[in-house]
Ligand binder design. Structure first.
Ligand SMILES: Nc1ncnc2c1ncn2[C@@H]1O[C@H](COP(=O)(O)OP(=O)(O)O)[C@@H](O)[C@H]1O
Ligand SMILES: [Mg+2]
Length: 248
């Protein structure tokens, strides 16, 4: 469903000059799969996901979503993805209920279907208690839930989630993780970025470890463990081991 081939992105930064944010990365993600993009801050996760979501044009390489090219067929790609990032905006004056109606309509969803989807999403994300309170009065976790709800109101087959649990307490994070698993059961294709090993370990079917714009290892948890010389059961050990191997 998602094919990334030889993807590179170079930014021309005024202060830093040429920044190689992504250096020739490739991966695939199928339906009913959670693909984890795992890496520390600055590794290139957000850049990758922004390219997938048509928000950023690659310097080199090809990305296809459901067979559609993210550069040449961006409008069609946008219809079949839900993108959550730290920049997913909300309006302070709206309540969650109004927010969903607004973004549902923007995405061309009929009012009746918006209402049905809203009820379902708010139930699953445990949002019912605050659905009529203005966004300006919501906590960080509540807002994050609403951003997630906003990004999936059109029921897209592909979800691109950029560190969806950042800043959430453990209970809210768990609710979000459970919901992501439900998406997998529904057969969606999910790209999930995180810097939290435990999360990737619990959630992802396949993962790519990204470091300084390069994928340094890719596969199932078992495969990653097998390939690291630490032979540890702990993904965090594996991660540091792979980074060390990559630097040699
Ligand atoms: N618009 C931009 N202009 C210049 N450099 C950028 C821009 N966006 C990201 N970068 C750089 O690209 C690299 C990867 O960033 P990013 O994809 O945000 O990493 P992550 O999401 O894994 O923390 C970093 O060095 C970052 O500073
Ligand atoms: Mg990021």
């Amino acid at each position: 469903m998602i094919q990334v081939e030889g993807l590179s992105k170079i930014f021309n930064d005024k202060k830093r000059g040429k920044v190689i944010a992504l250096d020739n990365i490739s991966f695939n993600c199928q339906q009913g799969q959670i693909f984890g993009l795992l890496g520390p801050n600055g590794a290139g996760k957000t850049t990758t996901l922004r390219i997938l979501a048509t928000m950023l044009v690659p310097t080199q390489g090809r990305v296809k979503v459901k067979g559609l090219d993210v550069v040449r067929e961006a409008p069609q790609v946008r219809k079949c993805i839900g993108f959550l990032s730290s920049e997913t905006g909300l309006y302070d004056r709206f309540t969650p209920r109004e927010t969903i109606k607004f973004f549902g309509r923007i995405n061309g969803v009929e009012d009746k279907i918006i209402e049905k989807r809203r009820a379902e999403i708010f139930y699953n994300l445990k949002m019912e208690d605050f659905q009529d309170i203005r966004v300006s009065k919501l906590s960080t976790g509540m807002k994050q839930k609403l951003s997630i709800a906003r990004s999936i109101i059109h029921n897209p087959p592909v979800l691109i989630l950029d560190e969806p649990t950042v800043g959430l307490d453990i209970i809210t994070a768990r609710t979000v993780l459970e919901y992501v698993k439900k998406f997998r059961e529904e057969g969606k294709c999910i790209i999930y970025s995180t810097h939290i090993m435990r999360e990737a370990e619990k959630l992802c079917d396949i993962m790519a470890i990204i470091h300084q714009g390069k994928i340094i290892a890719q596969g199932s948890l078992e495969e990653l463990k097998k390939n690291s010389s630490s032979h540890s059961d702990d993904l965090e050990d594996v991660f540091f081991e792979l980074i060390k191997q990559g630097e040699v």
